[in-house]
Ligand binder design. Structure first.
Ligand code: F6P
Length: 559
């Protein structure tokens, strides 16, 4: 699609003119209109999106919708869902939505029946999960598996980590317990801890890597393999050989079956996915194995169904009622017209502890770009700096900056409407429900204070500078009916599609990540220099000094 640069379109210019006026309008003035509360609220798939605390008006939204129409957002949504090659730099579709299509759906892409492949993989996952839950999957010495360690990083770690944590309450009652753990860091610190605590006879490793070349994951995997071989084979446990260890203690999840085989993963233990699934969009299929192990396959399918409900909404709802489109437009308005380039994600529910880290990759690896589809440098801002933390904890950490700092920030507040209904003991239930009410009260109080600043306080007289609250900081509130596999699926899909719509407007490709490649290459060269003590002469003075510090330290520890 060839368009004029977006900032040269009439739709953009009209927004620029309108922004002049809105920049000097305080949120408190917008709230003179009593109807505003409900007017910017929309619902879909068990989620309520409240955009009333954005610094915008009906007129702003109309202009933003014109901008979305100018870049043909509805057509682009169809192109995404139909499997067109929207990932232009890698010439392939981005079909994570196909991973959550129901079995009766039809989708043929590049001559391939996508839906049957997706469900065949889900069935293979189901059978692995069933064997592990029934204690039929045995280690090389015949003992059942109790601990499963996912070795992966980025999209092969963050999605499963976030969801298993969020939905830990959904463990199926009829399954034996398998503890799922995650090791991502290349320094080995997480893995080293597990290796001191776990029994090799009852531990299974899942090596999750789309490319099966990621050094972080493969270095952890090598350490794990050597640990198992040393404990189970070299220690001479009767009848155990290397082939049994590989077959009974390693599963591989990847888009590269050859590489898995080369590494020694038995064919029966290989779960495959496709090049058209981006790493950070991959939790919906084989990469979700740890999720299915924690919540069971039926709940995993609920997660998919929730995401699919959001996909359908995204495909069908008019732009002005379309949750992902509205969320995206609020972001565009803040970044490009109000110059707000910091975005904080603040869940008010401990189960969503890893949600911000997950979104950091989803948003910044997708849209942290400055080249347009045809390779031009953009002349406008793209993805803001996005970070977050559990809201209640962040209140005691960085809310100071939100309320009194100089940097404008937009916040997403996320909370479930209902919690703890199912706690059996009545007294505990009452306490916990009161804690939930307290949490919601804090969530709503913070967004109100960010909106109104000093005006939130009914206190006469002038306040000293250090007690002034700046206010006028916009926010979005996202309420889940409750946190279930289905609403979590919808929440994640909402953000995935938000990212897609923003990328369409910014004219960037959200599905590649070339910016991370060169660092990997240079790290490889640096590792060789560190080991060989050679080649560093050509390096810059800072890197040379750092290498020399390592060699000095090595010299001291050798002594
Ligand atoms: O280096 C970035 C990245 O490619 C991410 O996009 C990806 O999620 C992560 O590394 C892990 O990649 P893989 O699944 O291929 O090991």
């Amino acid at each position: 699609m060839n368009h004029a640069p977006i900032d040269q379109t009439g739709a953009w210019q009209r927004l620029m003119e309108h922004a002049e006026e809105m920049r000097t309008t305080h949120l408190r003035e917008l709230f003179i209109d009593e109807a505003r509360g409900g007017a910017f609220m929309r619902q879909a798939a068990g989620l309520t999106l409240d955009l009333s605390k954005q610094r915008w008006s009906d007129a702003t939204l109309e202009r933003l919708l014109d901008l979305a129409r100018a870049v043909e957002v509805p057509q682009r949504i169809q192109a995404l869902l139909n499997g067109e090659h929207v990932n232009v730099s890698e010439d392939r579709p981005a079909l994570h939505t196909a991973l959550r299509l129901p079995p009766e759906a039809e989708l043929v892409v590049d001559g391939e029946d996508v839906v049957s492949g997706v469900h065949a993989t889900l069935d293979r996952m189901a059978s692995m999960v069933a064997r592990l839950h029934a204690r039929q999957w045995r280690g090389a010495t015949g003992r059942p598996i109790y601990d499963v360690v996912n070795l992966g990083v980025g999209g092969s770690d963050l999605g499963p980590l976030m969801v298993t944590h969020a939905l830990a309450d959904y463990r199926p009652a009829d399954a034996h317990h398998v503890e799922v753990h995650f090791a991502s860091t290349m320094d080995g610190s997480q893995l080293a801890d597990y290796l001191t605590r776990f029994n090799p006879e009852t531990t299974l490793f899942v090596i999750s890597s789309k490319s099966f070349t990621t050094i972080d994951t493969l270095s952890n995997a090598r350490t794990a393999r050597d640990w198992l071989m040393a404990r189970l084979v070299e220690d001479g446990i009767q009848g155990v050989d290397e082939e049994m260890v590989m077959r009974q203690h390693f599963v591989g999840v990847s888009a590269k079956p050859d590489k898995m085989s080369e590494w020694g993963i038995a064919e029966a233990n290989q779960l495959l996915f496709w090049e058209w699934v981006g790493g950070r969009y991959s939790l919906w299929g084989a990469i979700g194995l740890p999720i299915a192990l924690v919540i069971g396959m039926a709940n995993f399918r609920e997660l998919l169904a929730g995401a699919h409900a959001m996909d359908e909404h995204f495909a069908q709802a008019p732009l002005g009622d379309n949750l992902p489109v509205l969320l995206a437009l609020a972001g565009i308005w803040n970044v490009n017209f109000l110059d707000i380039r910091a975005h904080s994600i603040l869940p008010y529910d401990g189960r969503l502890e890893h949600f911000a880290a997950y979104l950091e990759q989803l948003e910044m690896e997708s849209n942290g770009k400055s080249a347009t589809h045809d390779g031009r440098q953009v002349s406008y801002s793209t993805c803001p700096v996005l970070w977050g933390q559990l809201g209640p904890n962040a209140q005691h950490a960085f809310y100071q900056l939100l309320h009194q700092g100089t940097q404008p920030v937009v916040c997403d507040f996320i909370a479930p409407l209902k919690r703890y209904d199912d706690v059996e003991d009545a007294a505990t239930r009452d306490h916990l429900k009161a804690q939930h009410r307290l949490t919601l009260a804090n969530c709503f109080a913070q967004s109100r204070l960010l909106m109104l600043g000093d005006d939130a306080i009914d206190e006469p007289g002038e306040r000293p500078g250090h007690k002034r609250y700046r206010g006028n900081q916009p926010s979005t509130t996202l309420l889940l009916d409750r946190l279930t596999p289905a609403t979590l699926g919808a929440l994640i899909a909402l953000y995935e599609h938000k990212v897609f719509v923003q990328a369409a407007i910014w004219d960037i490709n959200p599905f590649d990540q070339w910016g991370v490649e060169l660092g990997k290459q240079i790290a490889g060269e640096t590792e060789r220099m560190l080991a060989d003590h050679h080649g560093h002469e050509q390096m810059d003075a800072s890197t040379r000094a750092l290498l020399e510090a390592v060699w000095r330290a090595e010299g001291e520890s050798d002594r």
